[in-house]
Design a protein around this ligand. Sequence first.
Ligand code: HEC
Ligand code: HEC
Ligand code: HEC
Ligand code: HEC
Ligand code: HEC
Length: 385
Amino acid sequence: MRLFSLFLLTATLSFATHFVPSKVCSKCHPAIYKEYMGSMHRNSSVANDPVHKAVWDKHPLKAKQKYNCAVCHTPTDTKLIEAFKKGQPALPQSNRIQRNEPIGCATCHRIRSVRTHVKQNENIYNDRPKYYYAAKGGKTVKETVKFHEESGFFGLFKKAKGSPFHTIDYSNRLFADGYTCLGCHDHKRNKQGLAICSMDRKEAEPSTQTNCITCHMPQVSGSLSTITETKTHAYHGFAGLHVRPDLLAKHIVLSIDTSKGKLHVTVKNQADHRLFSHPLRLAQLRVEIERQDKTVTLPPVNLFTVLGKNGRPAMPWVADTILKQNGIGAKESRTFAFDFMPQKKDRITVTLGYYIVNPKAARKLGIKEQAIKEFKVLKSKIFPY
Ligand code: HEC
Ligand code: HEC
Ligand code: HEC
Ligand code: HEC
Ligand code: HEC
């Protein structure tokens, strides 16, 4: 009897640890696959992300061979996660999963629920390799579709319904309200209990109108599959600071006011999380004035986070306090005063942009990639005066 249940247990375990390779999905979902291949979920591993690699290379857990980043950065590599859990050496190798799909298609679509914890949240996956959750037109409905053919008019024609490869379950609300993202994206505390990363979300009722999915995976043109034709599909490049920031610009509103004898610039953040929440970022609000043929550049406002210990900046694994954090909060509108008063016919350009890695930190980490080091624009607006 005991032997039998042990067998059952290992059987479910090995099922649970198999994710269908994303390449398989590409046959019927080519547009989504192509976008995904350029996304940060495809590039979240040490093999593909030079920023992640640079930080990991300095991390004390590397010498101990304990890659505890795996549950969020490479959850598809279940062999690595199992080794880690068993206390065996667990370092990421440059294998197919690490290079092609550290956070794969099936991995995300099998997240059944998200368990909340103080240190970091946890994804609970279903144990069926070909059973995927989705929303139906952005909504949750009590419906599970297996592939079948529906006969019409006395069996004269047949119509295929669903996917010939997998079951689709439309009843998991996480895929409509965006909570499926929060197993990895909510917060992370270090050993000292300091939240080194936190979205500082404005807790609201789960919404299907505006959420992580509607902002970061907006509908873009192209069919969701080659079999069921649709005009649009959810963008799988996941708009962010590395990929297509232009898709996010509309959620930031810039305005100016000079009624108090000085230039005031207001930034309105419509996201339900703090802007530029990752502690490596440096965001800047820049103002430039064109007057006749001269350009005046005002000193920029810096927005950033500094983690520290004993009053000095420290690495995230050492830090026990937040020395400074002035990023714009969830749903916050913040006004910045500049020591300047425009004149008639001036053209004022206001830009909210960012460095993916604060240039000071980039030097310390030895990051050389130009795309990481350069200033990027999130939103820019010209105000004729
Ligand atoms: C709880 C989940 C979680 C764990 C565990 C985790 N990360 Fe992350 N990490 C994230 C998420 C989510 C992002 C993306 C955040 C963003 O862009 O704001 C991220 C982003 C990063 C970035 C920025 C990458 C870039 O290209 O901008 C670095 C560096 C990083 N993580 C390093 C690590 C290291 C090193 C570990 C392990 C020691 C680790 N993380 C463990 C969730 C996690
Ligand atoms: C980071 C998690 C994540 C990854 C990785 C991911 N998806 Fe999705 N996918 C979602 C979410 C969330 C939605 C939107 C809700 C929905 O329609 O199910 C979605 C939607 C879809 C849809 C329906 C599109 C629509 O417009 O209705 C298909 C098909 C799909 N994904 C296939 C894939 C394939 C194929 C891959 C890999 C190439 C993939 N997904 C990778 C989370 C993910
Ligand atoms: C043989 C073709 C085929 C393969 C392979 C395939 N799919 Fe699909 N999939 C479909 C079809 C067809 C639909 C649309 C079904 C419908 O709308 O009734 C679909 C729908 C989906 C949906 C739900 C979309 C929605 O909103 O209705 C998701 C999620 C999804 N597939 C994920 C995947 C993932 C992940 C993989 C790879 C592990 C994969 N598919 C492989 C044919 C396929
Ligand atoms: C299994 C963990 C996991 C899940 C689930 C997940 N993410 Fe991520 N996501 C990450 C990690 C890790 C990174 C950082 C990768 C890096 O920079 O190395 C990331 C990066 C991102 C980025 C930054 C992209 C850029 O260009 O800077 C966005 C945006 C994002 N995720 C949105 C989402 C959304 C929306 C969902 C839910 C549909 C989601 N993620 C689900 C782990 C996850
Ligand atoms: C109203 C639109 C909106 C909603 C809703 C929203 N975001 Fe964002 N998100 C943005 C904008 C705009 C940015 C770009 C500025 C920034 O980096 O914070 C962004 C940036 C991000 C980044 C990159 C941050 C960094 O420092 O690298 C991640 C990761 C992210 N969002 C994940 C999420 C997740 C997860 C949710 C759901 C809890 C979510 N977003 C909800 C608009 C939104």
